[in-house]
Write a protein that binds this ligand. Structure first.
Ligand SMILES: Cc1ncc(COP(=O)(O)O)c(C=O)c1O
Length: 398
């Protein structure tokens, strides 16, 4: 990996907020600029050369995504605006028709808002029952805990593969086997996992998967919804308009396109989709396993070094990803983040859109460090030096 590919990796800036969004390598930026400067045209609408070039680039991104997550067919890849929209599509289009009053959906208190609020809304609207899988003392999900709350009314399990606060890697393959033996569907929020570890929807037999380009070196405003084709074929469109229909008549006779275009009404974020292709190619040129190895090494080093700071509490030592949450004793998380900002160190502070985990964690707000491929051991050393000198934190931030 060449840090120089990332124009944002400037000497003074230490960016440790990759769970929120990542930097983009110049290969991604160039791809977007090329589209805007060399072949701007709409997609699936033109009969001229530059438009056909756009069609080719756009559709070949679908194939690149398919391979990246090992889906069966490119028709199972739908472009959306992000994980949030993908999850909303699954829940409000497919699940609204699939579920009935009294059916149970299992989530956890460690899920991100976008895998909670649509379910809560569906509960209000149609009387499904959202239940929480209890977490272990390390805030993890085990198959036994899933089994403990499963009943013959359970119809869906909806979980992040890696959570955005605790950073634990869920045993999705085991849960998938159990779910499918019991006629339960499995919906996976891959926002924090797809950028950081090998995703294989066939190996894990995942029914629905949602993730975002901007958390994996790609542009903002692009997401992916993967679903098994048999589900997409019966899922009503989420949006209606141009690009998704074959005909509509004054007699109200309608016909919609086949999947995937049926789900891509209106002009898509074409530049963003093309940038996603460059992002995946960049990740693949390094190797997702190598990226994960690097993050795990950084994580181990970070945890070891955080222990040298006398007034630090780390809450998720037992997790297995590049996400580490901590607080300084008697200091608000936001104040710590402000203090670090004085040294150009970017971390996230707050509840991280995961407002229910405080029930288990016992604290409302934490500082979150989330690592990625361009972070270095030297950056961790600088962070530790600054944390060790935090005695006069309020003199600095006030
Ligand atoms: C686990 C998880 N799910 C969903 C989302 C929402 O992603 P987006 O804002 O890209 O839609 C995030 C974003 O932080 C996340 O971490």
């Amino acid at each position: 990996m060449n840090r120089e590919d990332f124009l944002m990796c400037k000497d003074a800036l230490i960016y440790l907020d990759n769970g929120a969004t990542t930097f983009k390598p110049k290969q991604v930026i160039n791809k977007v600029v090329d589209y805007y400067t060399k072949y701007t045209a709409n997609c699936h609408r033109g009969d001229y050369d530059i438009s056909q070039k756009v069609d080719f680039e756009y559709e070949s991104t679908r194939e690149v995504v398919r391979k990246f997550i090992n889906a069966d067919s490119r028709e199972e890849i739908i472009f959306t605006s992000g994980t949030t929209e993908s999850l909303n599509m699954i829940i409000f289009s497919f699940m609204r028709h699939y579920l009935k009053k009294g059916d149970e959906v299992l989530i956890t208190k460690a899920e991100h808002a976008s895998n909670v609020l649509p379910w809560f809304e569906l509960e209000k609207e149609m009387g499904i029952v959202v239940k929480f899988i209890p977490l272990t003392r390390d805030y993890k999900v085990t198959l036994d805990n899933v089994k403990a709350v499963t009943t013959n009314k359970t119809k869906v399990i909806s979980l992040a593969y890696i959570t955005n606060v605790i950073g634990d890697v869920r045993p999705i393959k085991e849960i998938s086997e159990f779910a499918h033996q019991n006629n339960i569907l499995l919906c996976v929020d891959g926002a924090q996992s797809v950028p950081h570890m090998k995703t294989d929807v066939l190996r894990d037999d995942i029914d629905f998967l949602a993730f975002s380009a901007h958390k994996m070196l790609g542009p903002t405003g692009v997401g992916i919804l993967y679903a098994k084709k048999k589900f997409l074929e019966v899922m009503p469109p989420f949006k209606y308009g141009g690009g998704m229909n074959i005909k509509f008549e004054s007699t109200k006779e309608l016909e919609y396109k086949e999947v995937p275009l049926r789900f891509e009404a209106g002009t898509q974020n074409i530049a963003g989709v093309l940038g996603l292709k460059a992002a995946i190619e960049y990740i693949e040129s390094i190797g997702i396993e190598k990226i994960r190895e690097h993050e795990i090494k950084l994580r181990e080093y970070l945890i070891k070094r955080l222990k040298e700071v006398s007034n630090v509490t780390v809450y998720n030592e037992a997790s297995e990803s590049g996400i580490v949450i901590f607080n300084l004793d008697k200091i608000f998380a936001e104040d710590t983040a402000n203090y670090l900002n004085h040294y150009h160190i970017c971390v996230r502070a707050g509840n991280h859109c995961t407002k229910m985990i405080k029930d288990d964690l016992g604290v409302k707000n934490t500082c979150r460090i989330s690592l990625y491929l361009y972070n270095t051991f030297e950056e961790i050393d600088k962070l530790i030096d600054v944390l060790k000198n935090s005695k006069n934190i309020y003199d600095i931030i006030l």
